[in-house]
Design a protein around this ligand. Sequence first.
Ligand SMILES: Cc1cc2nc3c(=O)[nH]c(=O)nc-3n(C[C@H](O)[C@H](O)[C@H](O)COP(=O)(O)OP(=O)(O)OC[C@H]3O[C@@H](n4cnc5c(N)ncnc54)[C@H](O)[C@@H]3O)c2cc1C
Length: 456
Amino acid sequence: MSATQTSERVVVVGAGMAAARLADEVAGRGGRVALIGDEPHAPYNRILLSAVLEGTHDPAALELGLRDDVDLRLGNRVVEIHRAEREIELADRSRMPYDTLVLATGAIPTLPPIRGLVQVDGRLHQKVHAFRSLADCRRLDAAVPDARTAVVVGGGLLGLQVARALSVRGLEVEVVEGGEHLLRSQVDEKAGRIIARDLKRLGATVYTGARAVRLTDAGLVLDNGFTLDTDLVVLTAGGRPSTALARRAGLDVRRGVVVDDQLRTSDERILAIGDCAQHRGRTTGFVPPAWEQAGLAAAHLAGEQVAYAGTRSVARLRATGLDVAVLGDPTTAEGEVVEVTNPVVGSHRRLVVHGGRIVAGTLVGDLSRVGLITQHFDRGTVLGTGEPGRLLMPERTAAPAVLADDAEVCACAGVSAGRIRACASYDDARTTTRATTGCGGCAAVVASLVTEGALA
Ligand SMILES: Cc1cc2nc3c(=O)[nH]c(=O)nc-3n(C[C@H](O)[C@H](O)[C@H](O)COP(=O)(O)OP(=O)(O)OC[C@H]3O[C@@H](n4cnc5c(N)ncnc54)[C@H](O)[C@@H]3O)c2cc1C
């Protein structure tokens, strides 16, 4: 099947980060594509919501920008898939035909089991906020000026971003994490403790090993007996793939919508990408895999022979004053551990090395070598015995000078140093390669590579 070559209609459910990338790629190849999104906004960069909350970015700057020939329909929810007729049904009861349907429905925030979060009318208590969409962000933003204190429930990447943004806005922030340390899905206890220290230094209070159990007039009650008197409660305790539509349509759904290496669901006319998809038993929850899957799905629809083999994971925390990068899964990776911890300055760097190759890593407080370490991790470079240790020493030379052309610079959009060097300007790099348009963590490296390319 080659939907875009035969100008068949591709319909995408969801107008989020994966959908926007897919639509651009399909339309760029001359295909017909429609995006149906239930949010009222054009696709935007969700990663930067905490920057909007912090006050450093205007919501308009988050817009991802789509080609003019993408048929974009907003504020309408797809409620049913009629597979036999190859039609979707919208909340307004209208129907739309498809040749290929792509599910890009993302994830929905998990509601932790805390009594009193939800009112009798089914809505969240007025003090309680989710943080997944621009609407959530605006509601929280509007509540900040009248608040003095906030409790963030969940000490993962999202919780830390929100905690940091609220403390920059001047609130007294407390973070409640049920696990024994912060970022427990990504890092070990030692790194978690250093991050907690950094967060405290930046003005927040951290409670680990404590669960919030009840919201009362007196405040948020924890299972260790504490009650946190607070004006705001922000829920950042994770999310799960949004699969209800796929499930109702009878597709194979486990934790996510199950897809094969061509991103096809159990119905070959329906693909799934991004946070809602489950590939080889894994769901993701980050932009790099969502964008890689979108690119591959577009190529598949154009009739190219492609196979998705899973995305190597590199996660970066986007929060002012908190520098964290996680390569692979350091909590489960097996191998020899090389680490350097400096609790005085608040840095912790740890590599897991197997057969001379870096198989996982954690960098906290000092990301000066992240480019080079990621390059070795990506390529599976076999390192000499002293090299992992040397990599953990602080950077002395400018990072871009040592980056080979095929080294990945932007993990979100999968862009190499060579492609950036070939760009005429920073803006050219942004528009032609999409580097810096995800988490933005590569901006400084991109700027210096562009200058380097211009001088060459
Ligand atoms: C605050 C925040 C910070 C983040 N920070 C990072 C980060 O630093 N790095 C990183 O890699 N990732 C980060 N993420 C995760 C990243 O945003 C997601 O992995 C990415 O958005 C996934 O893209 P997606 O298109 O699958 O889902 P989404 O971007 O969530 O888009 C899904 C869209 O589909 C819509 N939808 C769902 N069902 C329907 C329906 N039936 N009909 C119509 N529309 C529907 C949803 O409303 C939503 O608009 C962050 C997420 C949040 C919320």
